[in-house]
Design a protein around this ligand. Structure first.
Ligand SMILES: Cc1cc2nc3c(=O)[nH]c(=O)nc-3n(C[C@H](O)[C@H](O)[C@H](O)COP(=O)(O)OP(=O)(O)OC[C@H]3O[C@@H](n4cnc5c(N)ncnc54)[C@H](O)[C@@H]3O)c2cc1C
Length: 332
């Protein structure tokens, strides 16, 4: 507790790992909290399998977890090992600012740490659809990616296939429209799953122009082979195949893991994403930076998370270097 770490990174997904790599290679002592097993289980990082939209990733079955581990193990053994503290399986449960302006972090085991700067990269999670109040029926298909979430990551999987989009807002209709316009799909259905539809004028126009089928009833059953991930469609009643599809996309919004930021008084946008400076990720709280999916107004992608993680680490390094420089100047 007496030790003050210059930088703490909270979150060990795509962005947190990149923030750590950059900070350590900047020769700034950094402590990384990648999350408790509970934090990890509810993170996007864990659920991402093959990454096809970035060079160099095709060989990994788990496109975030595996390369992250590889790089952190390299960091742990290399020339900068004394600057890197990898708190495996530890997450941060609470964070406060001390009178001295430091951050005091408490981990999931109740241990406390002090630090000057915090880079927050706790991410988001996609809202899951439910059947009879449960989300588990969707998992086998999601794991084999016949049910997908991210248009930019996995949209190309729909090529030549019949598609269903699960969602009740105009955004869901736009997902269907974008995929249809890109890949000329034979058929698109929108499934509101019993929710009241919130389609605006433009969405209704798209539904009509592209002949989308809209199903308003609750989904009763997924029809297909969950072991093989083969999707045939959805039933709304009596086990009958009603909405035929070979692939589905979920468009129900995101849960933003902003609790730590909010507890410090950091500003968020209307959807809960944490607002950080465009160039550096600095929030309205001194020395608190945000990066990755958690940051407002960014593409929710690995490479975007990497880029704004590097921006945050370099901005902190600039401050640390300028403080050192001032000391050198004042000693003349
Ligand atoms: C199914 C799917 C497929 C995707 N495919 C691609 C793709 O092909 N290409 C692409 O570019 N993007 C893809 N994405 C998007 C990509 O997953 C995200 O953009 C990326 O993971 C964001 O990185 P992040 O570090 O912000 O969050 P995450 O990678 O989700 O990491 C969040 C981290 O925070 C940790 N954490 C949470 N709470 C705490 C806490 N209290 N204390 C400590 N740690 C905590 C978690 O353990 C986790 O390590 C996909 C997303 C999904 C859902």
């Amino acid at each position: 507790m007496n030790k003050v770490y210059p930088i703490a990174v909270i979150g060990g997904g795509a962005a947190g790992t990149m923030a750590t790599i950059r900070s350590v290679l900047n020769n700034d002592e950094t402590i990384l909290f990648p999350g408790s097993p509970k934090n990890k289980k509810r993170s996007r990082a864990l659920w991402v399998s093959k990454v096809e939209n970035m060079p160099g990733h095709l060989g990994y079955k788990k496109g975030i977890e595996e390369p992250n581990r590889e790089s952190l193990e390299w960091l742990e053994k290399g020339n900068f090992s004394d600057k890197f503290h990898w708190m495996k399986n530890k997450g941060i449960d609470s964070i406060i600012k001390t009178k001295e302006g430091l951050f005091e972090l408490t981990d999931n085991k109740g241990e406390k740490y002090l630090c000057h700067f915090v880079i927050l990269a706790t991410g988001v999670m996609d809202v899951q659809p439910k059947i009879n109040g449960e989300i588990s029926d969707f998992f086998p298909y999601a794991n084999l990616q016949t049910i997908d979430y991210c248009l930019r990551c996995d949209g190309h999987h729909v090529l030549g296939k019949e598609l269903a989009v699960i969602g009740h807002t105009s955004e869901a209709v736009w997902v269907g429209a974008i995929l249809h316009e890109r890949y000329h799909l034979p058929n698109v259905s929108i499934l509101t799953n019993g929710e009241k539809s919130q389609f605006d004028e433009q969405a209704n126009k798209l539904i009509e122009a592209y002949h989308f089928d809209v199903f308003y009833d609750k989904i009763e059953q997924i029809i297909g082979d969950p072991k093989e991930g083969v999707l045939e469609g959805f039933s709304m009643c009596c086990g009958e195949l009603v909405a035929r599809c070979e692939m589905a996309f979920v468009s129900l919004g995101m849960i933003v893991y902003n609790e730590l930021a909010v507890s410090l008084g950091a500003k968020t946008d209307e959807r809960g994403f944490v607002i950080g400076d465009h160039k550096t990720g600095l929030t309205n709280i001194d020395n608190l930076y945000v990066c990755g999916d958690l940051k407002a107004n960014t593409k929710k992608q690995i490479y975007t998370g990497w880029d704004n993680a590097v921006d945050a680490a370099d901005a902190i390094n600039r401050i640390i270097r300028s403080q050192r420089r001032e000391k050198v100047f004042s000693s003349y």
